[in-house]
Design a protein around this ligand. Structure first.
Ligand SMILES: [Zn+2]
Ligand SMILES: [Zn+2]
Length: 116
């Protein structure tokens, strides 16, 4: 009984950081964007950069759950569908000024169930 409780708490502990990761990294990406814009303004408004794409990361973020109705054998049924956003984070590095820039974009909206 005690071992089961310890295991349960252990898995709970494991779940917490995984659940927070997408939102957290999105927040960091947003902060970087704001920071880099401020940094660029300090250099010069019309400066040329040597942006090189260093990485592209994809994240799946659960956006929403909605309900839809289907008819099955003349019975109206309500089903739940999860909406997931596939987010892309591009990171660019400028060798000229040694700074980075990141861009977050929505690549795809995925519904867990096919429905009209
Ligand atoms: Zn630059
Ligand atoms: Zn849907």
């Amino acid at each position: 009984m005690k071992i089961q409780l310890v295991l349960f708490l252990f898995f709970l502990f494991l779940m917490i950081p995984i659940g927070n990761t997408p939102a957290l990294s999105m927040e960091i990406a947003k902060q970087n964007q704001v920071k880099d814009i401020a940094f660029e303004e300090k250099i010069s408004p019309n400066v040329n950069h040597q942006w090189k794409k260093t990485s592209s990361e994809f994240e799946m973020i659960h956006a929403d759950t909605h309900e839809y109705t289907v008819w099955h054998n003349f019975i109206k049924k309500t089903r739940k569908c999860d909406i997931t956003h596939r987010m892309k984070t591009d990171v660019w590095y400028c060798d000229l000024h040694k700074h980075t820039r990141s861009e977050v974009s929505l690549e795809e909206t995925i519904h867990s169930n096919r429905h009209s």
